[in-house]
Design a protein around this ligand. Sequence first.
Ligand code: MG
Length: 455
Amino acid sequence: MQTTKFQKRLFGTNGVRGIVGKDLPPELVVTIGEAFGTMRKGCIAVGRDTRTSGDTLVKAIKSGLLATGCDVVDCGILPTPALQYIIKGRFAGGVMITASHNPPEYNGVKIIEADGTEMGDEETLKLEQLIFDLSFSPKPWEHVGHEVNAPHLIRKYIKSIINHFPHKIGSGMTVVVDPGSGPACLTSPHILTGMGCRVLTLHGVPDGTFPGRLPEPSSQGLKGLAELVVSSGAAFGIAHDGDADRAVFVDENGQFIEENEEFTLVASYICHQEKGAVVTPVSTSLMVEKVVKNEGCTITYTPVGSIYVARTMRSLIENGNTVVFGGEGNGGLIFPRHQFCRDGGMTAAMMVYILASTGEHLSSLVRRIPKRTIIKDKVTTSRGAEVLESLKKEYSYDLLDLTDGVKILREDSWALVRVSGTEPIIRIIVDADSYDYSKEFHEEVMAFIHKITDK
Ligand code: MG
């Protein structure tokens, strides 16, 4: 099964993003609301992360939706997966105002379909066409929409995760949560407390200036979390990105767990319990495939982007396959029994469940994961398409995977070269079983790329 990427003009892999006051004016957000309201009739749920510009842009999106006759339910501040959970089966669709992991000056718009998944490429192209043509269906005064506030709906999401696991499975476990002043302040501490854990929080007050750390939960920004985990004797620490669809961990010794290792650890546990497919983009480390196959499960690769993972998981299931797990090697994990989107709150809860049921320390579980060396690089060039075409010819004697860019597969190693859809850059990832070979493979591919770009 092949998932194809379409070229979008306004929406990137994660919706529309921009710097507030510069390239994301409220007028644009009003038109997105008018276009979405023209496409989808009925009741639309909206929500936002904690950014200072959130209020302005939520009002803009609601204005467009109401003007085209949609009713609006404003769920207030909440994580993206919480809004997706609330929408599923209850609303005609939804809009999340968020810039996820981007710095505070950014904001963005993410469109959610009635089934709780992000809008796919084909529908997004139709939406973009309406925006560019300014082709909307404004309603007369007696048919404009109505709005209600429903901040309490967030509790449905919290409860659904707690109820997913055995009662008070986390009793006796201390966990440190760093929501990074984002919307997970309102969910993850409650989820983990509801599971019986003793919870300490860091950067636990919603604040769109992000005074404690940036919304990207990088290992450098999590020193405070690591220190608090060690000093409190916690089982682990967890940090979310700016809209809490991702979660990353530090172990009981304060060691940051690389996100591919996190994915592998959870995949290993789930695949040990149940058999089926695991779905992930071509950019995910081979350590996942090794562990998944070792447990008797299969792996399906998709283009890079959680939307492709979620939609492939759904279509595999619709075709009669069993899919047990999915996600990306960046802390964005998808649990199909809960919902088809990356879910940071669910990921936090799953870690409690794994540690409680195995009785093991997080560091010992990580030690069992096959070690790999991953090198990430990028080259600024507008000749991305030419580079890809030349790579295909030059490496035609190697095994190639063309799901997204060019992935050169060699025994126990691979190199992936992709062209960014939004910037004039190409991204290179090398994943190898030894440090020396990763360097050699990386140098070889980079030398070839530079031969073309420096011409
Ligand atoms: Mg995010």
